[in-house]
Design a protein around this ligand. Structure first.
Ligand code: ATP
Ligand code: MG
Length: 199
């Protein structure tokens, strides 16, 4: 039977009541651990969206980019010189080409020390750990140690972890997990990475 206006109004009123009740129940504040994973586009760019929001409130933030093969991205050009952002590119030691596992492990551990210092700094409202999952998946970092350091951070500090195939212990301790699903990507249609969109 076709929907009439009155029916629609009643359905919307029920929906609004349910949403209002859910909003009323969510009354706690907490430093969140967010994990953005999956094969679709949108993980790092979502993290940088939260960074922009954070800075909009005048809060301080820290970013660690663990795998970085270029330094000419829009996010770095925009955020790295911001007075309220600590921007660390920690992937310099990694290349997919060296295939030197020992050197990569040493570099990962040095990088994690920088990240850990941010996780101990309660003045940072948000810490972005971009592409961290790869270091865990390759066992360059001990996932249990990383999760322990995340758990020990200041209670109101938010952390966003990005990267494909997030390990189970990270998913288990996260407050919010989104899996970006790859439905289509222009790259497969022969379109190169577009400034402002992909980098
Ligand atoms: P973005 O930084 O655009 O949010 P991402 O962090 O989700 O992407 P990464 O795996 O870190 O994805 O890849 C970074 C780069 O690879 C970006 O230029 C992105 O557009 C591109 N990319 C992401 N997903 C895909 C995909 N499924 N196929 C091809 N290229 C992709
Ligand atoms: Mg990314």
């Amino acid at each position: 039977m076709p929907d009439d206006g009155a029916q629609h109004g009643r359905r919307m009123a029920r929906k609004k009541a349910a949403v209002d009740a859910a909003i009323a129940r969510a009354e706690r504040d907490k430093g969140l651990l967010l994990v953005l994973t999956g094969n679709g586009k949108g993980k790092s760019s979502s993290a940088f969206g939260m960074l922009a929001r954070t800075l909009g409130y005048g809060f301080k933030a820290g970013v660690a980019q663990f795998i970085k093969n270029r330094r000419d991205t829009g996010e770095e050009a925009f955020f790295a010189s911001h007075p309220s952002v600590q921007w660390h590119v920690l992937g310099d030691g990694f290349t997919w080409d060296t295939q030197n596992r020992e050197a990569d492990i040493a570099s990962a551990r040095r990088g994690w020390e920088v990240a850990r210092a941010m996780l101990q700094d309660a003045t940072l409202h948000l810490v972005v750990l971009d592409e961290l999952t790869y270091l865990l998946n390759y066992d360059y970092l001990d996932a249990q140690q990383v999760c322990a350091d995340l758990a020990a951070r200041p209670p109101m500090q938010h952390v966003v972890v990005t990267g494909r195939a997030a390990p189970e212990c990270l998913l288990a301790m996260a407050d919010t997990v989104s899996e970006l699903r790859d439905v289509k990507h222009a790259f497969r249609d022969g379109v190169r990475a577009q400034p402002g969109i992909d980098l």
